[in-house]
Design a protein around this ligand. Structure first.
Ligand code: 173
Length: 325
């Protein structure tokens, strides 16, 4: 007796479901344009390409990433602005390269916790609130971790005093090296070799890994240990584009990003390899006594947080709390 009614109810329910899910089923494949601020032969780009390959295989009909290129396609210090303006959808850059949009960008170098921890403790939610609000950017995730920066020199020093030395920097190192007396000169990575060759600079800042990518070992005599901060290269996305994607497309992108982050420990291996390679290339290590080394690293953090407190009194204290051990 009640069966026809049940049938009707089921049919109505099915029709309602079909209507509800129709927009999802009809969602168009979205292709995102990706540009890197770092050169094509770097480990950063290799890592990015690996992630893109996996994502594109799974994302057919849904989401595709199209890697346009590196600094030959776009000057590194323009990448943040291009993502903000929606000229490209995703940029792989370091925060230091888009302080021209928001000074807070460079604070990601000061994280002392893993990305897993930073996602758990709310740090990345905070980052996204700031990045959304101040720059119209969605912070997607981090391509490099566990990798300190170093000072590389062609003149010997025996204490952390850079008076009289000209050092190539980006915002990453600017305040720290200047606080040690250096004359600082900002250049993108692509100009470091020539600056060293011509003697325009006596040294430069760079992570422990990567100086071989553009043959800087040919023009480098010393590396100062210890390293400081944590090199940061991340994917940032145009916020409007992020919001225009379906939840399923966003989930797919984030799943692949978080899987890539879970593999960031491989940086430790790459860093060991490059440390050995630097020794083989004849790069000598300058070290200080234990107390001076500690002062050097403490000063790096103190100088950086001081300047973030000045340029971003609203956000720096909370970032410091969530980024630090
Ligand atoms: O160009 C740089 O020295 C720089 O700021 C940087 C940041 C992260 C990774 C590599 C380089």
């Amino acid at each position: 007796m009640f069966r026809p009614k049940l049938k009707l109810a089921l049919a109505t329910f099915a029709a309602a479901c079909a209507a509800a899910f129709a927009p999802l089923a009809a969602a168009q494949e979205v292709t995102l344009k990706v540009v890197s601020a770092f050169a094509e032969n770097t480990e950063y780009v290799k890592k990015l390409e690996g992630m893109i390959r996996k994502l594109n295989a799974e994302g057919k009909g849904q989401l595709q990433l199209n890697f346009i290129g590196g600094p030959k396609a776009m000057p590194p210090f323009e990448v943040g602005k291009a993502v903000q303006a929606g000229v490209i959808d995703i940029g792989m850059a370091t925060g230091a390269f888009y302080t021209n949009i928001m000074p807070e960008a460079d604070a990601l170098k000061l994280t002392q916790l893993s990305m897993q921890e930073l996602r758990r403790n709310g740090a990345i939610d905070l980052v996204n609130r700031i990045w959304n609000e101040k720059a119209g950017l969605q912070y997607i995730g981090r391509v490099i971790e566990y990798t300190p920066f170093h000072l590389y020199l062609n003149k010997k020093i025996d204490k952390p005093d850079l008076t009289g030395l000209k050092i190539r920097v980006t915002p990453v190192y600017r305040d720290f090296f200047a606080a040690m007396g250096a004359t600082v000169i900002t250049t993108p990575p692509g100009e470091v070799y020539t600056a060293l060759e011509r003697g325009v600079v006596d040294g430069y800042g760079w992570p422990i890994q990567g100086i071989f990518d553009a043959n800087w070992q040919e023009k480098t005599k010393f590396r100062v240990d210890p390293g400081f901060y944590s090199a940061e290269v991340s994917l940032i996305m145009n916020l409007g584009k992020w919001k225009s994607m379906t939840q399923a497309q966003r989930d797919l992108l984030m799943r692949h990003m978080i899987a890539a982050e879970a593999e960031n420990e491989t940086w430790k291996v790459l860093n060991d390899t490059d440390t050995k390679r630097q020794a083989q290339a004849g790069i000598q290590v300058i070290t200080f006594d234990a107390a001076t080394s500690k002062q050097y690293v403490d000063k790096a953090y103190a100088v950086a947080w001081d300047s973030f407190n000045k340029v971003s009194p609203q956000h720096a204290p909370q970032m410091r709390k969530l980024f630090s051990k």
